[in-house]
Design a protein around this ligand. Structure first.
Ligand code: DGL
Length: 276
């Protein structure tokens, strides 16, 4: 009987900061035996308000850093990078997953009325990435993309609770047009937005389907590794997770735990952004 192939190299995940830990959280749930290397560019966050050339350059540097760690696949957890720099990912000599395509395919398949909302950073919305990907799967879909830049600091300040007036007001202010348009499906196309999901759901109503782009990317990663014989089948225990950041700002532990769902107590390494 032939043994199933196994690949013990880590999965690489990167983001402009710590928000991408929402994707790591999903990976840990689905693939607990995998080793993970995370790079968060905390020294240069945010990416979402920057120009395209800078985002592309940073994305290429982030990927090069992960490749130094012999990763077998790279997930761009950052909605902004996935939207603005898909070619940087495609040109790499290893498999890559962006958060745009998995979420767009799911949204296109679950919508009933074809009206789909997309929430992201300014750069993500300007790129039209999700609209293009949804329309590739469902040409008659109507897309309403809304840049919600204030959601990022609201989540980072921990003001994202269902009862928080700031969160409720910001959600109402940004999403009223989406409600008016009658969207039945909404893509959370930014690392931070899953943490606002309960407030968004309350405002839009229980019938609206929220698609978490990081969760869908983690699911696609699981499928792709299984199909290509790249799962780490030899490891029966928990995989190691190593966190690399380009700055360890004050409040790091609180913020990291907010996104990851569990405390980050060890394996945190600081990288000088000048070496990227
Ligand atoms: N991680 C970014 C994203 O998902 C949000 C924060 C930023 O602007 O860098 O688009």
């Amino acid at each position: 009987m032939s043994e199933k192939p196994s690949d013990s190299r880590p999965i690489g995940v990167f983001d402009s900061g710590l928000g991408g830990l929402t994707t790591v959280r999903q990976l840990l749930r689905r693939l607990p035996h995998e080793h993970i290397v995370y790079f968060g560019d905390t020294g240069r966050v945010p990416y979402g308000t920057r120009g395209e050339d800078v985002i592309r350059r940073y994305a290429a540097q982030d990927c090069a850093f992960l490749m130094q760690h012999d990763v077998k696949i790279i997930i761009a957890a950052c909605g902004t990078v996935s939207s603005v720099a898909p070619n940087v990912l495609k040109e790499l000599p290893l498999p890559t997953i962006s958060v745009v395509n998995p979420a767009s395919r799911v949204a296109a398949s679950v919508t009933k009325n074809g009206i789909i909302g997309v929430l992201g950073t300014a750069a993500t919305v300007k790129s039209g990435s999700y609209a293009k990907a949804v329309k590739a799967a469902k040409p008659d879909a109507k897309i309403h993309a809304i840049a919600c830049p204030m959601f990022v600091p609201i989540v980072e300040n921990g003001w994202n609770g269902v009862k928080d007036e700031v969160a409720k007001l910001a959600v109402e202010r940004y999403l009223q047009p989406l409600k008016d348009a009658g969207a039945d499906t909404v893509i959370l196309g930014c690392t931070h937005f899953p943490l606002l999901a309960p407030v968004i759901q309350n405002f839009l109503g229980d019938d609206v389907i929220l698609v978490d782009a990081g969760e869908e990317a983690a699911r696609v990663c699981q499928v792709q590794l299984a199909e290509t014989g790249m799962l780490n089948r030899e490891n029966e225990g928990e995989g190691d997770v190593n966190f690399y950041v380009s700055d360890q700002p004050s409040g790091f532990s609180t913020l990291a735990e907010r996104f990851l769902g569990v405390p980050v107590k060890k394996n945190v390494h600081v990288v000088d952004p000048g070496t990227l």
